[in-house]
Structures are given as C-alpha cells and as structure tokens.
Ligand binder design. Structure first.
Ligand SMILES: C[S@@+](CC[C@H](N)C(=O)[O-])C[C@H]1O[C@@H](n2cnc3c(N)ncnc32)[C@H](O)[C@@H]1O
Length: 295
C-alpha cells in the first residue's frame, strides 16, 4: 500500500521492533524518519540506522508532535507515512512494562514518558471516573461493577501489580464463551488512558495528512474498534465522504491544506487465515490507506 519510491521521504510513526522500517528501507532507495515514544524502541533502531546510514533517522517522540519533530529534521513534506498502532510485542511481552495480565509485573503500562501509570489511575480516580474509563476505552459492559470492586479492594491495600488487578476483575466478571480473559478490556482501557492513545491518533492523522505531497500515501493499521473508528472517520472526511473538518483538528490543519485524498481501501484489509495462523496477533489488525491527490 505504501509503494515506497527511490528518493522518496517516508515516515514510520511507530517504529516498535523495526519490522515495517526494515521493509520500507529494503523496498526502495528512500529516506525514512522513524519515530517512537518508547526510548527502548528508539535504542533498538540504532543498529539499523548504522546499517542504513544517511537513509534512516531515528527520532524519539510522540506522533501527536509530528509537525514539530519533522520540522526539526527539516522535513516539510512526505511521500508516505505508516502507523502501526498500539503496543509492540516487545512491550507486551515484557512483564516489567506492566501491560500484560498473563504475566505478573508492576502496574505501569507507560509506552514512553507519560506522567501517570496505571497504578496511579486505579489507586486515585473516583469510582465513577474509573467506570467511565473502563466503559469508554474498554467498551466494558461490567464497568461499574469492576470500578466498585477496585475501590473496595484499594481501601484495604493499594494496587501495585498487574496480577492484583487482573484477580479483582476476574472475581467480578465471569469469562464468556469467547475464551477471552475477563481482564482484557479493562487492561486495554487503562493502557489507552495512561498513554492518551486516542488523542494521539487523532492529532497524528491530521498533522500527517497536512504533510503529504501529491501521490503521498497514508497507511494505518489499527487493532481495536476504537482506533479503527477514528481512522475510518478521518479517512472518510479527508476523501470528501464525511461532514466537514474534525473538531479534533482545532488548528485547522486539514482546512489550511486543501487536502483532497482518495481512499485506497473501501473495507479495511485484514490478515488472511494463513497469516493469522502464523502470527495470531495479526487477528484483529485492520489496514486502511488513502492517497493525496494532485493539487
Ligand atoms: C505495534 S508497535 C509497531 C511495530 C512495528 N511496526 C514493527 O514492525 O516492529 C507500536 C509502536 O508504536 C509506539 N507508539 C504507540 N503510540 C505512539 C505514539 N503516540 N507516539 C509514538 N510512538 C507510539 C509504541 O511505543 C510501539 O513501539
């Protein structure tokens, strides 16, 4: 979908383990700016930056700061950009990062330098604020019951570990037929809140769209319905299928650049059964893409 071209300038907004970056650099003799808010991911990219000296620039920062970060790199236009949203396998598989309810670790969940951790949220928010977060960011129907149980438990002892929290959630929510752990939705909700993920995506899409040169492509892979809804809506608006400019674009970036895009994906592209077998984490991935039209 990205179709990297020789001499093009591309952005990988979510470097992670560098899988996308490696593929882009191998596909064409292009320049790539790779961004990640996680200092561990940026450090992981240093070897690749040496292998592709002069072509790959690793930048630490958030995708909501793309305009500022690319201006600092003296990049004013992009021939394409990719976002592979959410947490990386490196983050989720490391119990010390606190994303996993399957392995015990500190209740942290920060991808980068967020000021709050998941422990701060569950130990200090009011019951109704907690319930709202679980409902809004986890689409958890049992949000009120879970929030109540969290507040009861923290009166006795504050939460410090992922296993503590997962245990409390499992004690009030029965597993359904899907086999999905009852803690899944609440952990997703807290992770989104800690990292302000949805606002990050909205800002990133608006800023990136304003930087795309004619023919430039924006490719986004999302992993759950809240992410995909934002991407779908933004793409619809940018390609003239939606109502006006987003209220999440207060700077009017989309308005300032008369961005006209063409959708490349009507329905999102999903992994085949074969790919999902080889890589079960691809199961819920949805790819959407659009292209900037000539002025
Ligand atoms: C799913 S992984 C990307 C994996 C990557 N495509 C690969 O091939 O290895 C997502 C990465 O994006 C980073 N990330 C998530 N939200 C971000 C944000 N708002 N700003 C910058 N990086 C972010 C995470 O730290 C994580 O490393």
């Amino acid at each position: 979908m990205l179709l990297p071209r020789d001499n093009g300038v591309y952005l990988d907004g979510t470097f992670g383990g560098g899988g996308y970056a490696r593929a882009i650099l191998a596909a064409a003799s292009c320049t790539l700016v790779a961004l990640d808010r996680d200092p561990a991911a940026v450090a992981r990219g240093q070897d690749l930056a040496r292998d592709y000296a002069g072509r790959l620039r690793m930048v630490a920062g958030r995708i909501s700061e793309i305009l500022v970060l690319l201006a600092a790199e003296e990049i004013a236009a992009l021939d394409g950009a990719v976002f592979d949203l959410g947490v990386s396998s490196y983050q989720i598989d490391d119990p010390a990062r606190g994303f996993s309810f399957a392995k015990d670790g500190p209740l942290d969940m920060r991808m980068g330098d967020s000021k709050i951790t998941a422990a701060t949220l569950v130990n200090s928010m009011s019951e109704s604020e907690l319930a709202d977060i679980l409902y809004e960011f986890g689409e958890e129907k049992a949000s009120r019951r879970i929030a109540k149980a969290i507040v009861e438990r923290r009166k006795i002892e504050a939460f410090t570990a992922t296993s503590d929290l997962a245990g409390v959630i499992r004690s009030v929510v029965r597993p359904d037929k899907s086999g999905i752990d009852p803690a899944t939705r609440s952990f997703q909700a807290l992770r989104i809140a800690v990292n302000d993920e949805l606002r990050e995506i909205e800002a990133a899409l608006a800023q990136t769209a304003s930087l795309l040169a004619p023919g430039g492509r924006l490719v986004v892979v999302s992993f759950h319905s809240l992410e995909d809804r934002i991407v779908k809506k933004f793409f619809a608006q940018a390609s003239g299928r939606g109502p006006g400019v987003s209220r999440h674009d207060p700077a009017g970036l989309q308005q300032a650049a008369p961005a006209k895009f063409r959708l490349l994906t009507g329905s999102p592209v999903m992994a085949s059964a074969e790919e999902t077998r080889a890589n079960p984490r691809a199961r819920s991935a949805k790819l959407r893409a659009m292209e900037r039209l000539a002025a």
